[in-house]
Design a protein around this ligand. Structure first.
Ligand code: UDP
Ligand code: MG
Length: 139
C-alpha cells in the first residue's frame, strides 16, 4: 500500500463561500502535488456509501444532507507521508480545537460544517480516491 497519497474533498461550505482558491493555495504551499481534481455533486447514495463507517452515529443524516447540498472539490494529493501530513494541515475535526493556521481553523464554521475532508489511513485514501476517480483521471 503506498503511503504517499491521500484523498480530500473541499466540502460544500468551502465551495459556497468561494474558498476553493484559498484552500488549494494552502495545499500547494504545504508541498502536495495534485494527482487528480474535479468538482462533483454527490447523490445521497454516494454520500451514504462514502460515510458508511459513520452510519450508526447520530450525525449521519445531517452529514449526508450537508455533503449533498452542493458540489464538492474532490482531489487526490501526493507527498511523502501524505495522510498524516494532510491531517496536520487541516486540523482537528472541530474547528474550535484546530491549531492556528490550519485549514479548518481558518475556513470551517463548526464541527458539522468543517470545510474539508482528509483520509485517515493509506487504505482509506486508496478506497476514497478510487470512489471518485478512474485511473484515466489520475496524473
Ligand atoms: N461530524 C459531525 N459531528 C461529529 C463528528 C463528525 O458532524 O460529532 C462530521 C464532520 O463533518 C466530520 C465528518 O462527520 O468531518 C466525519 O467525521 P470524522 O470523525 O471522520 O472526522 P474527520 O475525519 O473528518 O476529522
Ligand atoms: Mg474521518
Amino acid at each position: 500500500m503506498r503511503t504517499d497519497r491521500t484523498f480530500t474533498m473541499l466540502k460544500p461550505d468551502s465551495v459556497e463561500k468561494g474558498n476553493i482558491g484559498a484552500i488549494v493555495d494552502k495545499i500547494n504551499a504545504a508541498g502536495f502535488r495534485i494527482v487528480a481534481m474535479k468538482l462533483t455533486h454527490m447523490t445521497s447514495q454516494d454520500a451514504q456509501e462514502f460515510y458508511a463507517v459513520h452510519s450508526e452515529r447520530p450525525f449521519y443524516g445531517e452529514l449526508v444532507e450537508y455533503m449533498t447540498r452542493g458540489p464538492v472539490v474532490a482531489a487526490i494529493l501526493e507527498k511523502d507521508n501524505a495522510v498524516a501530513d494532510f491531517r496536520t494541515l487541516i486540523g482537528a475535526t472541530n474547528p474550535a480545537d484546530a491549531a492556528e493556521g490550519t485549514i479548518r481553523k481558518l475556513y470551517a464554521a463548526s464541527m458539522g460544517e468543517n470545510a474539508v475532508h482528509g483520509s485517515d489511513s493509506d487504505e482509506n485514501a486508496a478506497i476514497e480516491g478510487a470512489f471518485h476517480f478512474s485511473g484515466r483521471e489520475m496524473f
